[in-house]
Design a protein around this ligand. Structure first.
Ligand code: GLN
Length: 248
């Protein structure tokens, strides 16, 4: 299953965050340690979103494996940002391998990623999807579970629901409609990260002036804390808060 990572805090070079750590997201694209629920590599594309001064982030997505992108090391060495969300993808069986299916998904100031799968896709989602305006469905990035989760979450954020509440509602509603789903979500606006651990691994590490939330620790620092399954984490450089959502 995909691996993802979000960072907010002091500006960091993308290369120092994503490429050079001993167990970086780059390494996790071909040698992840803790894949659950199928998949061995994350070679169906990757995406990186970052904030570059505007409220709306910049985004790069590719269908090639992260390790084959010859332009990435140079780009990642020359770009620094104080808010990053990146993902490497292992497409769920039956879902298209296209650039637009790769996280992060965007809308306004948000970057979003989903690690997991919705059971019974797509019929299990008919009820929840039916609540969305038809235009939201027609403009989904890709016909995938992750893109629908983003459409549901984005609709709730646009209604003014606070991010942690919006993420918690999507997870609990989708889990109720499609039991057995794997719903590790990451959402950021560049200053706060909201994440969920719902049958996949998730870790958080506070750094001096920054915080990172990731599927797998990118190094062996003892400061990494595992987010317990069934929990939501809200993280800023000065606060990490975990609350229980329920039993996956
Ligand atoms: N189901 C999602 C997709 O196919 C996420 C896959 C994953 O986490 N491996 O894109």
């Amino acid at each position: 299953m995909c691996r993802h990572l979000a960072y907010v805090g002091e500006p960091v070079r993308l290369a120092d965050l994503l490429l050079t750590p001993p167990h970086s997201l780059l390494r996790q694209s071909w040698a992840p340690c803790d894949m659950r629920g199928g998949g061995t590599v994350n070679a169906d594309g990757f995406g990186i979103g970052w904030y570059a001064g505007d409220p709306e982030p910049v985004r790069l997505r590719r269908t090639s494996p992260m390790w084959t992108d010859a332009a990435l090391p140079g780009l990642a060495t020359s770009v620094s940002s104080g808010g990053v969300l990146a993902a490497v993808r292992s497409a769920t069986v039956g879902m298209p391998v296209v650039e637009t299916a790769c996280a992060p998904f965007t809308g306004g100031p948000w970057l979003f990623s989903h690690n997991g799968l919705v059971r019974g896709w797509p019929s299990s989602m008919a009820g929840l999807a039916g609540r969305l305006p038809v235009t939201d469905l027609l403009t989904m990035d890709a016909p995938t579970d992750s893109a629908l989760l983003w459409a549901l979450l984005r609709a709730s954020l646009s209604d003014g629901v606070p991010p942690a509440k919006a993420v918690a509602s999507v997870v609990t509603e989708v889990a109720a409609a499609a039991p057995g789903s794997r719903l590790n979500l990451l959402l950021t606006n560049g200053s706060t990260i909201v994440g969920t651990a719902w049958t996949h691994a998730l870790w958080v590490r506070a750094l001096p002036g920054a915080v990172v939330v990731a599927s797998e620790p990118y190094d062996e620092d003892p400061g990494w804390r595992e987010v317990p399954d069934g929990h939501l984490v809200t993280a800023t450089p000065s606060l990490v808060d975990m609350t229980r959502l329920g039993e996956p």
